[in-house]
Write a protein that binds this ligand. Structure first.
Ligand SMILES: *Cc1c(COP(=O)(O)O)cnc(C)c1O
Length: 399
C-alpha cells in the first residue's frame, strides 16, 4: 500500500484478516468500483425511491428474480422481511409494528438454524413483533414437525444458510418451501454470506437476504431479493420499523456497483490467488512438529477453500488458541478463524488478503511456532479463561 494507512492515523491496529468476512473486523475489502461509486454519490442529491428502483432492476437481473432493494444489513433485511410477511402492504399496520395485535405473527424456524452470527438469528424475528416458533430438535427436523407447527397465525418461515447451522438432520430448502407453500406461507432465506445469488430463489424461497459487505465486496448493506409483491411489502417497511435500519444513498449506489462488478469479476483469477495463499501457508507449516494441515472446502459450498491447522500441543509446545492469541499480538496482528478452536484447530481464510499479506502471515506463523518450540514448557492456557477474557474486555469497553 503506497498511501498512508488510515489506521495509523486513527491509532487502531493494522490487522491482517485471515478470518473471513467478519463485521467485527470490517467485513471485506470493498471493490474499487464500489469505492468510486460511493464517493461519487455522497455529495449529490437523488430521489431515493427511484434509486432503489434502479437497484431493484440490477438485483432482479443478478438474482434472476422479480425485484429487490438495498437496506442497512442482512440482519435488517431479515427483520424487514418478517415485518413484510406480517403486514403485507398495509401502511397502517406497518406504522403500528411491533404491535402485532390482530396480525399473523408466528415465524417458523428449524431449531438447528437458531444460531448466532454475532447476534441471535431469532432476534431478527422478535425485533419486529414476530413470535419465534422453533421446530424440530437441535439436530433433527422431520417433515411432520414442520407441517404440525403451521397454524392460523403463521406469518412466515425462516431458513438459514450458514456454516453456523447444524449441518445434518435439517430439512432441505426445497422440501421446506414445498411444505410452507402448501399452506401459502412465504419462506425467507438468510443467505448473508453465500456467493450464489440464484440457487435459493430457484429452490422456492419467496425472499432471500444477502449482505452487501461480505462476498460481494460492497459497502455495509443488505439485499432483499425475490417475489415482487413480497419485496414491495418489505420496501414499505422503510415507512415504519425499517427506518432505524436505513441505508444511505451511498449504500445503495455502492451495492449496485458491487453487484455489477460481481458479474464481470475474474472469479477464476481470485480463486487462483486464494489457492496460492493456502499452498504457501501449507508449505510454511509442513514438517513442523505437532502441526497438521488440511485444505478444506467451504461447508455451504461457496467456491472457497480454507486451511485447517491442527495442533498437537505436546509436540508443538502450544495450543491452537494460544497460537491464535500470539498471532493476533504484536505489530502485524494476524486474526485467524476460531469458531471451533476449543477442539484444537483453527481455520485460515484467504479471501480478504491484500497483495503481500499471505507472505507476512507465513512469516508470523513460522515465528510463533519456532518460539513455542523453543519454550521449555507447553504453552497451554485454559480455554475457558479465553472466553472469559473476551467477555471482560467487552464489558469494560470503551476503556
Ligand atoms: C453475517 C450474517 C448475518 C448478518 O449479516 P449483516 O449484513 O452483517 O447484518 C446474518 N446471517 C448470517 C448467517 C450471517 O453470516
Amino acid at each position: 500500500m503506497d498511501q498512508m494507512d488510515i489506521r495509523e492515523r486513527l491509532g487502531v491496529r493494522p490487522i491482517i484478516n485471515v478470518s473471513g468476512t467478519m463485521t467485527a473486523l470490517g467485513a471485506s475489502i470493498v471493490v474499487p468500483e464500489a469505492v468510486a461509486a460511493t464517493a461519487a454519490i455522497l455529495n449529490q442529491f437523488v430521489e431515493v425511491d427511484d434509486l432503489q428502483r434502479k437497484a431493484s432492476r440490477v438485483i432482479a437481473r443478478l438474482c434472476d428474480t422479480e425485484a429487490g432493494f438495498v437496506t442497512a444489513s442482512c440482519a435488517a433485511a431479515m427483520s424487514i422481511c418478517v415485518a413484510a410477511a406480517m403486514t403485507g402492504s398495509d401502511l397502517f399496520a406497518i406504522e403500528r409494528l411491533p404491535d402485532a395485535a390482530g396480525l399473523k405473527d408466528e415465524v417458523i424456524i428449524q431449531s438447528g438454524h437458531m444460531v448466532a452470527y454475532g447476534a441471535p438469528v431469532e432476534q431478527s424475528i422478535r425485533l419486529v413483533g414476530g413470535r419465534v416458533v422453533p421446530v424440530g430438535q437441535a439436530t433433527a427436523t422431520r417433515a411432520y414437525q414442520v407441517k404440525g407447527a403451521i397454524s392460523e397465525r403463521t406469518a412466515a418461515a425462516m431458513f438459514v444458510v450458514s456454516h453456523h447451522t447444524v449441518q445434518y438432520g435439517m430439512m432441505g430448502l426445497e422440501a421446506f418451501c414445498a411444505a410452507m407453500h402448501e399452506r401459502s406461507i412465504p419462506v425467507i432465506v438468510d443467505a448473508a454470506s453465500e456467493y450464489d445469488l440464484r440457487r435459493f430463489l430457484k429452490a422456492g424461497a419467496d425472499a432471500v437476504c444477502y449482505s452487501s459487505h461480505k462476498f460481494l465486496g460492497g459497502p455495509t448493506g443488505g439485499i432483499v431479493a425475490g417475489r415482487k409483491d413480497f419485496v414491495r411489502a418489505a420496501y414499505l417497511q422503510n415507512r415504519g420499523i425499517g427506518r432505524g435500519m436505513k441505508v444511505g444513498k451511498e449504500g445503495v449506489v455502492g451495492t449496485i456497483a458491487a453487484l455489477e462488478a460481481w458479474e464481470t469479476r475474474d472469479h477464476a483469477g481470485i480463486r487462483a490467488r486464494e489457492t496460492a495463499a493456502l499452498l504457501h501457508w501449507r508449505d510454511v507449516l509442513s514438517g513442523r512438529p505437532g502441526v497438521t494441515t488440511k485444505i478444506v472446502p467451504d461447508p455451504t459450498d461457496n467456491p472457497l477453500d480454507r486451511l485447517e491447522l491442527w495442533l498437537d500441543p505436546d509436540a508443538a509446545h502450544i495450543t491452537a488458541w494460544d497460537l491464535a492469541d500470539r498471532l493476533a499480538s504484536g505489530p502485524r496482528p494476524v486474526i485467524i478463524r476460531d469458531h471451533e478452536i476449543e477442539l484444537g484447530y483453527f481455520l485460515m481464510d484467504p479471501c480478504n488478503l491484500h497483495p503481500g499479506e499471505a507472505e507476512v502471515v507465513g512469516v508470523r506463523l513460522a515465528e510463533e511456532l519456532d518460539r513455542a518450540l523453543a519454550s521449555n514448557t507447553v504453552i497451554a492456557s485454559p480455554i475457558s479463561e479465553r472466553g472469559l477474557r473476551k467477555t471482560q474486555a467487552l464489558m469494560s469497553w470503551p476503556d
